[in-house]
Design a protein. Structure first.
Length: 382
C-alpha cells in the first residue's frame, strides 16, 4: 500500500531534489495536491520539446529530479507539478511490482470497460481514424511542418510513457464518460474505491484562500452555491480537454478538442449549463462568483506586487487593481499574450476570475516578493 502522508523516500529511497531537508518532507499527498514546492521543474518541457525522450523511464526521470530547485517551501503554495505525479506513478509501480501501463489497464481500463483507451501515443498515431492536433498560429514551436488547409498540424511525441500518470492516455469521449460514471459511483465503483475514498479525492486538500475552492487529489474543486463541482483540464500542443462532474447530481460532461487554442473549460461550462442549468454564469465574459472574506485592498495597497516578472516564455507584467491584480503575460505553451484578472483571497494568494485558478506570490526571508507561481511555472521578479 502507498500511504499518502508517508515521505516519498519510504517507497523510492533514491528520490532526492536539490534540497535534502525538503526531499525528506515531500509526500505523495503533497505531490497529488501540487503543493510540494517544486512546481514545473522543466523535465516535462524537455520531454515535450525534444525529439527523443531524455527520460526514457520513470526511474530515469525520478533520478534526474536531484537537480530540481524549489519554487517555495513544501506545503506553502499551490504550483502545478506533473513531475510530482510521475514520481507517484513510479512509486505505485514499484510497490505493485508491475509496470504502470499494466496497472492502468488492469485497474482502470478493463473494469470500467474503456475499450477505446490506450497507454501508448503510437496506438493513436497509427490508427486509421485518428484525429490530428491543430493550430492556426504561424511559427508555433510545435509546428510539424504539415498543413491541412488553413490549419497547422502540431507535433506530438511518439513516446510519452514517462508522464503516463499525469494524463498521457489516448482515449475517446465515450470512454472518458464511462470513467466519469465510475468516479461518481459512490455506492459500488468498478474502480474498486469506496465512497469515502472517492469523496476524499474530490474534496479540497489544498485550499485557495478562504473561498472553499481549491484542489483535491487530481481534481479541481469548485462550488455552485451548496453544490460541489469537480473537474480537470488536459492539454498538449494542439489539444485541449476538460472533464467536469457534479457527483451529487450524477451529471458530467467531457470536452475533447483538437485545437489547443480552444479553452475546453469554458466549453464544458456551457455544456453543463445546457444540461442542468446555469452552474456559475450565463456568459464566460462574466466573472466567476467565488467569494472571500479577505479584506479588499485598494490599488495603492497592492502596488507592492507590481512589476515585471520573467519566465521561460517571456516577460509578464503585473498591475494592481482594486481588490486584486491584472497579469499580462505570454501564455505558458504557445506564448500568445493573455490577460488574467485576479482577486486576492489570502495572504499573497490570488485567484483568476475567469477559471478560478490559484496564483501565489512568494517572498524571501527578508519578506521581499521574489516570484509568483502560475500554472506550475515560476515568474521571477526583475
Amino acid at each position: 500500500n502507498l500511504f499518502l502522508d508517508e515521505p516519498v523516500q519510504t517507497y523510492l529511497s533514491g528520490f532526492q531534489v536539490n534540497d535534502a531537508v525538503a526531499s525528506q518532507r515531500m509526500t505523495s499527498r503533497l505531490f497529488l495536491t501540487h503543493n510540494s514546492g517544486l512546481g514545473r521543474t522543466g523535465h516535462q518541457d524537455r520531454t515535450r520539446e525534444e525529439t527523443v525522450n531524455p527520460y526514457p523511464t520513470r526511474k530515469a526521470l525520478v533520478d534526474a529530479l536531484d537537480s530540481a530547485e524549489l519554487q517555495s517551501t513544501p506545503g506553502e503554495a499551490f504550483s502545478y507539478c506533473n513531475e510530482g505525479f510521475a514520481t507517484v506513478g513510479h512509486a505505485i509501480e514499484t510497490i505493485a511490482g508491475v509496470p504502470l501501463e499494466e496497472y492502468f489497464t488492469g485497474k482502470i481500463f478493463d473494469p470500467v470497460g474503456m475499450l477505446d483507451s490506450s497507454v501508448h501515443f503510437m496506438d493513436w498515431k497509427n490508427a486509421a481514424d485518428r484525429t490530428y492536433a491543430y493550430s492556426r498560429t504561424d511559427g508555433d514551436p510545435f509546428d510539424s511542418g504539415e498543413r491541412h488547409g488553413e490549419y497547422t498540424v502540431m507535433r506530438l511525441n511518439d513516446d510519452y510513457q514517462t508522464f503516463l500518470s499525469t494524463g498521457g492516455i489516448v482515449s475517446s469521449a465515450h470512454d472518458l464518460a464511462l470513467y466519469q460514471i465510475a468516479s461518481m459511483a459512490y455506492d459500488c465503483s468498478p474502480l474498486g474505491l469506496t465512497a469515502g475514498s472517492l469523496d476524499h479525492m474530490q474534496s479540497v486538500q489544498c485550499p485557495f484562500g478562504d473561498t472553499g475552492w481549491g484542489y483535491g487529489l487530481g481534481y479541481w474543486v469548485f462550488w455552485s452555491g451548496h453544490v460541489k463541482v469537480v473537474g480537470h483540464s488536459g492539454g498538449l500542443p494542439g489539444i485541449s480537454s476538460y472533464s467536469m462532474m457534479i457527483p451529487s447530481e450524477k451529471t458530467a460532461v467531457v470536452v475533447l478538442t483538437n485545437r489547443g487554442d480552444r479553452r475546453a473549460f469554458f466549453l464544458a461550462e456551457r455544456l453543463m449549463n445546457s444540461t442542468r442549468g446555469t452552474v456559475w454564469r450565463d456568459s464566460i465574459d462574466q466573472l466567476l462568483p467565488f467569494t472571500t472574506r479577505y479584506p479588499k485592498r485598494t490599488r495603492d495597497e497592492l502596488a507592492e506586487y507590481e512589476g515585471k516578472y520573467v519566465f521561460r516564455s517571456g516577460t509578464a507584467e503585473v498591475e494592481s487593481v482594486d481588490g486584486g491584480l491584472l497579469i499580462n503575460t505570454p501564455s505558458r505553451l504557445e506564448g500568445r499574450p493573455v490577460s488574467i484578472l485576479t482577486s486576492q483571497v489570502g495572504t499573497d494568494s490570488f485567484m483568476s476570475r475567469d477559471e478560478g485558478m490559484s496564483i501565489a506570490f512568494v517572498r524571501d526571508k527578508s519578506a521581499n516578493i521574489v516570484r509568483f507561481l502560475n500554472g506550475g511555472y515560476a515568474y521571477e521578479r526583475q
